[in-house]
Design a protein around this ligand. Structure first.
Ligand code: ADP
Ligand code: ZN
Length: 527
C-alpha cells in the first residue's frame, strides 16, 4: 500500500466515469465494488437490468491481473466483449465458438498479462489445461455470472456449475463474486454451499418493480380478453404477448392483425433472418406488438415496453417475473396481464405427472408449479406474494395490482368442494370438469345417460350454484391440488390424496368468489 494512492472509492468512481461514462453508482453497486476491490467475496442478488456487470468489471480493472468471468451464455459473450473493447477495456472471451488458433491467441494474451477481463464458459474453465494456465497468472477475481445455475432448484441447472466450488480450493486468495437475478431462498442456499461463500456478504437488491401493475383474469375467451385489454392501453403502446406454442403465437398475431393492430410473430421455428427482422422492427419502430414464445426477450433492452401479456401460464414464477420485467424499464406505468383458466392448470399438471424427469426434479417442478398457482389464485396483494417468493417482504399491500384495486371476496366453499369431489369419485375419477358440472347441475346430456349418471346421489345436487361458479370452484380445486388430472390424459379429473380430509369434514375450505366483470376503465382515466 502506497500512502499517496487515492483510496479505493475514489479509484472506483474514477473508473466508473472515465471508462463507463456514468457519474454515480446505482443501489448497492459501490459497496459490492469495494468489497471485491478489498479482496473479499460477495454474493449479489439483483434483478435483471439492475447493473450487475459493473459490480465485477470495475474491481477487475482496479485489481492487478485479469478478471475471470464465468458465464453460461456463450451467445452473449461476444457482444459483452465487443462493448467492453469499445470502451477501451482489454477484454476477450474463450468458448467453443472460437476457432482454435484464436483460442491459442487469447491464452497467450492471458499469460502475457495483456487482458483486463476474460469471459469463459464453465466447461472450458474447468479443464485441467485452463486451470493450469490460471495457476501461472494472477486472476484479479472470479465472477460467476448466472450463479443460480448451480442449483437444481433454479430454472436452468447446469451440472458444470456444480464443480465451480473448486475455485475456492485452488485459488483461496482470489476474491469470488457470484451474481444472479434469481433470489429465492433455496437457490441462495445452494449458491452459498456450492460456491463456498459462507463468509461472503449477501447483497440483495429489491426485486420490486413498482411501476408494473399486475393483473390476472380468469380465461373465458382468451383472445377476446386480450384484445379488450390491449384496447384499454394508450394508443401506440409497445407490448409483448407470450404464448406457449408456436402455433398459438402465429394464430394470436394473425388475430390481432385482423383487428388492425401492428402485431408480429416471433418463435424459434422462424428463420434467423425473420427473427432478426421482427426484433429490429420491435426495437426501432414505435408501438409494435410481438406475439412470442419465451425464446423472445433474452438480450432485448427496449425501455418503453408498455405491457407484457401472458395468454398461457408461464413456466414458473421466476419465468413470469423475468418476462413481465421486460415491461416498463423506463420506470413509467406499465402492465403485466395474464389470462388463465382450468384447462391451463390441467394441462401443466398433466405434463408434470407424465414427465420422464427424475423424481427429485419432478418434486421440485411440482412445488414451483404450486407456487405459481398460489400466485394466480391469491386473495391478497399479488406484489406481496411475488416478492415473498423472492425472499423479500413488502409490509403493505401495493395498491397497484388487481387484487389491491378490487379485492376478491371469499366464501366458505367446503360443501361445494365436497360435492364436486364426490361427483368425481362416484363417476370413477375419470371425467372432466364439464361432465362433473353436468352431474351436479342435473343436466340431461347424452353422456349422462350413456353412463347412467342420473342415478347418482350427487346428480342435480349442485343447482344452488351457476355453471360459471362451478367452473370457478373446479379451477381452484385443481390449482390447490384437491383435484388432479387422471392418468388417461383426456382431461379427466380425480380426487387427490388431499381431498380426504376435506371430504371427511376435518378441514374447511375458503375460495375466491367468481369475479363479476367490471366496466372497463381506460389507462388514460387513471391517475
Ligand atoms: P444486469 O446484468 O443486472 O441485467 P447490466 O449490468 O446489463 O444489468 O446493466 C443494465 C443497464 O444499466 C446497462 O445498460 C448499464 O450500462 C446500466 N447501468 C449499470 N450501472 C449503471 C450506473 N451506475 N449508472 C448508469 N447506468 C448504469
Ligand atoms: Zn397489490
Amino acid at each position: 500500500p502506497i500512502a499517496a494512492m487515492p483510496d479505493l472509492r475514489t479509484q472506483a468512481l474514477d473508473i466508473l466515469s472515465r471508462t463507463f461514462g456514468y457519474d454515480a453508482f446505482r443501489g448497492n453497486q459501490e459497496q459490492i465494488v469495494l468489497t471485491l476491490a478489498e479482496g473479499r467475496n460477495a454474493l449479489v442478488l439483483m434483478p435483471t437490468g439492475g447493473g450487475k456487470s459493473l459490480c465485477y468489471q470495475i474491481p477487475a480493472l482496479l485489481r492487478h491481473g485479469t478478471g475471470i468471468i464465468v458465464s453460461p451464455l456463450i451467445a452473449l459473450m461476444k457482444d459483452q466483449v465487443d462493448t467492453l473493447r469499445e470502451l477501451g477495456v482489454k477484454a476477450a472471451f474463450l468458448n467453443s465458438s472460437l476457432p482454435l488458433t484464436e483460442q491459442r491467441q487469447v491464452e497467450q494474451a492471458l499469460l502475457a498479462g495483456q487482458l483486463d477481463m476474460l469471459y469463459v464458459a464453465p466447461e472450458r474453465l474447468l479443464t485441467e489445461g485452463f486451470l493450469d494456465l490460471l495457476g501461472r497468472v494472477t486472476p484479479a477475481l472470479f465472477a460467476i455470472d448466472e450463479a443460480h445455475c448451480v442449483s437444481q432448484w433454479g430454472h436452468d441447472f447446469r451440472p458444470e456449475y456444480q464443480k465451480l466450488g473448486l475455485l475456492a480450493d485452488r485459488f483461496p486468495h482470489i476474491p469470488r463474486i457470484a451474481l444472479t437475478a434469481t433470489a429465492d431462498e433455496r437457490t441462495r442456499r445452494d449458491m452459498i454451499a456450492v460456491l463456498q461463500l459462507d463468509d461472503a456478504p449477501v447483497f440483495l437488491s429489491s426485486f420490486d418493480r413498482p411501476n408494473i401493475r399486475y393483473t390476472i383474469v380468469e380465461k373465458d375467451n382468451g383472445r377476446k380478453q386480450l384484445y379488450d385489454f390491449i384496447r384499454c392501453q394508450p394508443e401506440g403502446s409497445a407490448g409483448i404477448i407470450y404464448c406457449l406454442s408456436r402455433k398459438r403465437v402465429e394464430e394470436t398475431a394473425e388475430f390481432l392483425r385482423g383487428k388492425g393492430l401492428p402485431a408480429l410473430a416471433y418463435h424459434a421455428g422462424l428463420a434467423a433472418a425473420e427473427r432478426e427482422r421482427v426484433q429490429d422492427e420491435f426495437l426501432l419502430q414505435e408501438g409494435r406488438i410481438v406475439c412470442a414464445t419465451v425464446a423472445f426477450g433474452m438480450g432485448i433492452d427496449k425501455p418503453n415496453v408498455r405491457f407484457v401479456a401472458h395468454l398461457d401460464l408461464p413456466k414458473s414464477l421466476e419465468g413470469y417475473y423475468q418476462e413481465t420485467g421486460r415491461a416498463g424499464r423506463d420506470g413509467l406505468p406499465s402492465e403485466a396481464w395474464m389470462s388463465y383458466g382450468l384447462q391451463d392448470i390441467v394441462q401443466v399438471r398433466r405434463m408434470l405427472a407424465t414427465s420422464e424427469a427424475p423424481v427429485e426434479v419432478k418434486r421440485i417442478e411440482s412445488r414451483k408449479l404450486d407456487a405459481l398457482l398460489a400466485y394466480c389464485e391469491t386473495a391478497t396483494c399479488r406484489r406481496q406474494v411475488l416478492l415473498a417468493y423472492f425472499g423479500e417482504s413488502l409490509p403493505q399491500p401495493c395498491g397497484n395490482c388487481d387484487i389491491c384495486s378490487d379485492p376478491p371476496r371469499t366464501w366458505d366453499a367446503t360443501v361445494a368442494a365436497q360435492k364436486l369431489l364426490s361427483a368425481a369419485i362416484r363417476t370413477g375419477n375419470r371425467f372432466g370438469a364439464a361432465h362433473l358440472i353436468d352431474v351436479l347441475l342435473g343436466n340431461d346430456t347424452d353422456k349422462i345417460r350413456q353412463f347412467g349418471h342420473q342415478a347418482l346421489p350427487t346428480f342435480g345436487k349442485g343447482q344452488d350454484l351457476s355453471e360459471a361458479a362451478w367452473r370457478n370452484v373446479a379451477r381452484q380445486l385443481v390449482a390447490l391440488g384437491y383435484l388432479l388430472p387422471d392418468d388417461e390424459g383426456y382431461g379427466g379429473l380425480m380426487a387427490g390424496e388431499q381431498a380426504r380430509a376435506l371430504l371427511k369434514g376435518e378441514v374447511s375450505l375458503h375460495l375466491r368468489e367468481l369475479a363479476t366483470p367490471k366496466p372497463k376503465s381506460s389507462r388514460k382515466d387513471r391517475t
